[in-house]
Design a protein around this ligand. Structure first.
Ligand code: AMP
Length: 372
């Protein structure tokens, strides 16, 4: 095992669990700093492997392959939060794993996540644990309707969720998520959704990018507007919440913190945290072209023990995801003056699949009004 406090110098090797677009962009950022990446993932179609120095195609429960992979790198990180606990444990025996297992365990389970946030005084939607019909009835009694029933684990892009508008629908909602262990959350009448991408280094320093506004279509992130239209005090509060979360988790790396913004004039806090993602985040892709140091470089800097870069924004930006056949517009986008095009090299443009994104920059203070 390497010395945990020594920085990983140029020439060092980073192991990345997961071979998707986030791993690919992390690998490219590592290369810019003279570091190399080795990808570990079971998938045949792994865009990160195309740009990495090394690749291991093996299952996440292949203890021997995991040990070999971890022995061959200086630090292990990941691009998705559902890394099995046993996988993280094996990796941790052979290498430094950043972010660490506490962050993984916290972000993987919505009850653990919200309990952690509440314990640190960070506002969330009201929530209750659901594990059978009796606890569902008790949760509904406590929280009321409208509310949202979500699986505790493995939910993403609106999957594993069901809205409950009236009490009678609760059993159907529970059945629709397969009666999996769940959380019932009060429905938040938010004005809009924001996120903060924050980094924490091994020395405890934190750096938060400006809060951004996220617009979803069919539960998938469609556009990110940087910055979010928040007054300075609320923007500062959002950054402070994100910084507190990474500090409390003794976190190293980049995290995405998703929040709801309640309308002006409501009683109580105006920012509620919905979810934390212990990894680089889709809502941080705008930083590639609008900041001197992108979220990907920032994550590499953090996990390698380097000083964090400045999260300052030199331009406003709108990031648009290219989902499924949107990517067929690549010729038009390539010809658009000033459009910064990022394609992931995925072979098949299946519906709902993230194929690339485009960042459009605007002078500071002049980003277009959000189309919601
Ligand atoms: P999640 O999987 O928790 O990120 O939820 C996906 C989306 O569902 C969010 O981006 C919100 O638009 C919506 N949503 C989730 N939880 C709530 C809630 N408690 N109240 C209102 N909308 C929600």
């Amino acid at each position: 095992m390497k010395n945990k406090s020594a920085p990983i110098a140029p020439g060092g090797r980073i192991g990345i669990l997961g071979g998707g677009q986030l791993g690919r962009m992390l690998t490219l950022a590592a290369a810019e700093l003279g570091l190399t990446a080795h990808i570990y993932c079971p998938d045949a179609d792994a865009p990160a492997m195309d740009v990495a120095t090394g690749g291991t195609r093996a299952a996440y429960d292949d203890a021997e392959a995991l040990a070999r992979f971890a022995d061959g790198v200086d630090v292990v990180t990941y691009e998705f939060e559902n890394v099995p606990a046993e996988t993280a444990r094996i990796l941790g025996e052979h290498a430094i794993v950043r972010p660490g297992v506490t962050a993984l365990a916290t972000a993987q389970d919505r009850i653990v996540e919200k309990t952690f946030l509440a314990a640190h005084g960070i506002p969330t939607a009201p929530f209750a644990d659901v594990h059978d019909d009796a606890s569902l009835a008790a949760a509904l009694n406590a929280i009321g309707a409208p509310s949202i029933l979500k699986t505790r684990r493995f939910g993403y892009d609106g999957k594993g969720q069901a809205k409950i508008s009236a009490g009678g629908e609760a059993r159907e909602a529970y059945a629709s998520i397969g009666r999996a262990p769940a959380i019932l959350e009060g429905f938040v009448p938010f004005a809009f959704e924001i996120s903060v991408v924050v980094a924490r280094g091994i020395d405890g320093a934190t750096a938060a990018y400006d809060p951004v506004e996220n617009v979803h279509t069919n539960h998938i992130l469609d556009r990110t507007y940087a910055p979010a239209a928040l007054d300075a005090a609320l923007a500062g509060e959002a950054r402070a919440i994100a910084a507190k979360i990474v500090a409390e988790l003794d976190y190293v790396g980049v995290m995405g913190v998703e929040m709801f913004v309640l309308p002006e004039g409501v009683a109580g806090p105006r920012l509620l945290v919905n979810e934390i993602a212990p990894r680089v985040h889709n809502s941080g892709h705008w930083t590639q072209d609008a900041c001197a140091v992108s979220q990907f470089e920032q994550h590499i800097r953090a996990i390698c023990g380097w000083p964090l870069g400045s999260p300052a924004r030199h331009s406003d930006a709108v990031m648009t995801n290219l989902i499924g056949i949107d990517v067929d517009d690549w010729r038009k986008l390539a010809a658009e003056p000033g459009a910064c095009l990022h394609l992931y090299g995925k072979s098949e443009a299946r519906a709902g699949r993230k194929m690339g994104h485009v960042n459009r920059l605007f002078p500071l203070g002049s980003r277009p009004v959000t189309a919601r």
